[in-house]
Design a protein around this ligand. Structure first.
Ligand SMILES: Cc1ncc(COP(=O)(O)O)c(C=O)c1O
Length: 402
């Protein structure tokens, strides 16, 4: 079937990831788009150049910064995956956070950030937005709509959500919180990197969705890239204009790798979701473990919102050890593992582990779970091998003493 033919019924996302973003890219019969690298775009004469500049803002073909035919299919696919209409690619997942915050906030404004937010987002607010005279209030991610409303001020411009939260995985009541913000004309942003396609932000009242494409979209721990998805033309214009004026650009080679990653993402996520759950359930039954912070398990704060609002889970979750195990014991266990790399990021094909307690800042009184917490990312290895590795690690933990 040609890619441009309209589907006869709504297609499963596995099908869409195989076919979306390919229309018009069949060059000399090849399946994939080419990598277009470029800065200068030549025009045969000035009239053509003027006309190109007057083209639709998002497709002005006058300079490489405006994007290339390698960026556009990726942007189209990401917008489709999240149920939005437009996407702006930026150089990193962190830029996908800072660009919209800069687009919507100015001197004298107020921002609401969850206490569980990704660390660099917190640092950006504390050290950069503060210098612009933007005030930030950190709220407990499990706050309800009434509690959140009590924190709103006349100058509150952005409600920022991250659901589930980095490291401690609190799932937020996004529809209720977003509705409370929208009732006051406050823009709602979410870091939806964990939810990817499993959470549809625009169906739940979000205006701007942030994706670190570095994670499952790239899928191979070899790129750093971000995407910002919007639903309305007005939001799109704001985000796009801020990205261009801040000089945001992503390498076409990285965009091409992200496009390739997307083709297999649904299958990788199927496998990683199952493996993640298998490892999480095994850990939950261990006597050394106090609690597993996996949104799909009832022991995770906000699990009921995950059940209501998500259609699946990725393979990143937290583990709380019994409070009798010391930090050095947990670190010794971490270092004893052979299949789990010690490293930041997630979403690649390989498993990772990272201790959280002592490394993560919280200021709103949330996120205390008693024992030491580590974050696990489950890759594409066989779960039985990962469990065997963890079993050895737990014996190191026990042997270290309490
Ligand atoms: C939840 C979340 N958002 C955003 C980012 C930033 O992505 P990047 O590393 O591409 O800047 C990360 C990176 O770890 C993350 O975990």
């Amino acid at each position: 079937m040609p890619d441009s033919a309209p589907p006869s019924r709504p297609q499963d996302w596995h099908t869409r990831l195989s076919h979306a973003g390919r229309a018009g890219t069949h060059v000399h019969g090849f399946v994939n788009p080419a990598v277009h690298r470029g800065s200068t775009v030549l025009c045969p004469d000035l009239a053509t150049r003027d006309a190109a500049g007057r083209q639709r803002f998002d497709q002005a073909m006058v300079y490489g910064l405006c994007g290339t035919p390698t960026h556009w299919p990726l942007e189209d696919m990401l917008a489709e995956i999240e149920g939005g209409t437009r996407c702006q690619i930026v150089g990193t997942g962190l830029a996908a956070i800072t660009v919209p915050l800069l687009a919507y906030l100015g001197a004298g404004d107020h921002l609401l950030l969850p206490d569980s937010v990704y660390g660099p987002s917190r640092q950006f607010a504390d050290h950069f937005l503060a210098r612009m005279n933007v005030a930030t209030t950190y709220y407990d991610p499990m706050i309800d709509a009434a509690g959140l409303t009590a924190l709103m001020r006349p100058e509150t411009k952005v409600l920022y959500l991250e659901s589930p939260g980095s490291h401690t995985f609190e799932v937020q009541d996004v529809p209720a919180l977003a509705a409370a913000a929208r009732a006051r004309g406050i823009t709602v942003m979410i870091d939806n990197t964990w939810g990817i396609h499993f959470f549809q932000p625009f169906a739940h009242g979000v205006d701007v969705s942030i994706q670190a494409l570095t994670k499952y979209v790239g899928g191979h721990s070899d790129i750093v890239l971000g995407g910002i998805v919007t639903n309305t033309e007005a939001d799109w214009q704001k985000v796009r204009s801020a990205a261009l004026l801040l000089g945001q650009y992503a390498s076409p080679d990285d965009c091409w790798l992200a496009l390739r990653g997307l083709r297999t993402m649904a299958v990788r996520l199927d496998r990683q979701m199952q493996s993640g759950l298998e490892v999480a359930r095994w850990l939950a039954a261990r006597p050394e473990v106090a609690r597993v912070l996996h949104p799909a398990l009832p022991t995770c704060p906000g699990h009921e919102f995950w059940r209501r609002d998500f259609t699946g889970a990725c393979s990143l979750f937290g583990v709380v050890f019994q409070d009798s195990y010391s930090r050095p014991a947990v670190h010794a266990m971490t270092e004893s593992l052979s299949l789990f790399g010690i490293g930041a990021s997630w979403g690649g094909y390989e498993s990772l582990i990272l201790p959280t307690t002592g490394y993560v800042t919280r200021t709103a009184g949330s996120g205390a779970f008693g024992g030491e917490v580590v974050r696990l990312h489950i890759g594409l290895e066989a779960p039985a091998d990962l469990i065997a590795d963890l079993e050895r690690g737990l014996s190191v933990l026990r042997g270290f003493g309490r």
